[in-house]
Design a protein around this ligand. Sequence first.
Ligand SMILES: NC(=O)c1ccc[n+]([C@@H]2O[C@H](COP(=O)([O-])OP(=O)(O)OC[C@H]3O[C@@H](n4cnc5c(N)ncnc54)[C@H](O)[C@@H]3O)[C@@H](O)[C@H]2O)c1
Length: 248
Amino acid sequence: MERRVALVTGGIGGLGTEICRQLAQAGRTVIAVDLAARSERVAAFREETADFGAAIAFEPADVSDFDGCQHLIARIEQQHGQVDILVNAAGITRDASLRKMTPQQWHELMRVNLDGVFNMCRNVVEGMTARGFGRIVNISSVNGQTGQFGQTNYSAAKAAVHGFSMALARETARKGVTVNTVSPGYCDTPMVAAVSAEIRAGIIAGIPVGRLGSPSDIARAVVFLSADDAGYITGANLPVNGGYFMSF
Ligand SMILES: NC(=O)c1ccc[n+]([C@@H]2O[C@H](COP(=O)([O-])OP(=O)(O)OC[C@H]3O[C@@H](n4cnc5c(N)ncnc54)[C@H](O)[C@@H]3O)[C@@H](O)[C@H]2O)c1
């Protein structure tokens, strides 16, 4: 069988890099998509993924730009083939309590964390349904499930990503395309490393498993949901949070 093509947005980020590595390990041809502006990080990414050679490529794009996403997909299809697996992991934070949050902080975040998911899904979904196979995994967050102080924008976008995924899952279910979310808890990435040691210790104390999540914990869930034989799981949210928030 031909190698399936997987596209990972935010692909050179803390979680994205490991998602790319594990998808390549699972036999996918992987395209990491991220901002061109992060050129210093691209060089580090190439080193971190060098063991996979040409199985992991990098394509610059801004997911908040619809036309840019359309061109990106056309370029990838020409160079690598049709996109079979889409992982939306690009994300930003613009934290502030609501009474201090500016419209700019609200809109910037929505453009990346929510519009970005629309822009990418909209440009791959027709190809996937036409071919009768597709796997879409959108990275949400535990903070979309629980809400978080200073994150009305982030929590709203991440909850919306799951609503979007359930709706799209219904639209594509009969065409062999599944759409799911993965909701990470607190992970050991630069996003969380930026908080003070005291807050970090407090976070860890509240996690039943007793540690932060690793990028590999999250990537494992993405590989599971994007497997060829995962076709009966759709519209689901897979929490990967060490028991920090339990629900059903
Ligand atoms: N790290 C955590 O603890 C955690 C927890 C829950 C959810 N998440 C979510 O997981 C995803 C990955 O987070 P991470 O920890 O790897 O963060 P990260 O900052 O390391 O990676 C995010 C990546 O997205 C890229 N990006 C930002 N704006 C973009 C744009 N407009 N177009 C293309 N790429 C863009 C960044 O350049 C970066 O490489 C995010 O959606 C985040 O909200 C992370």
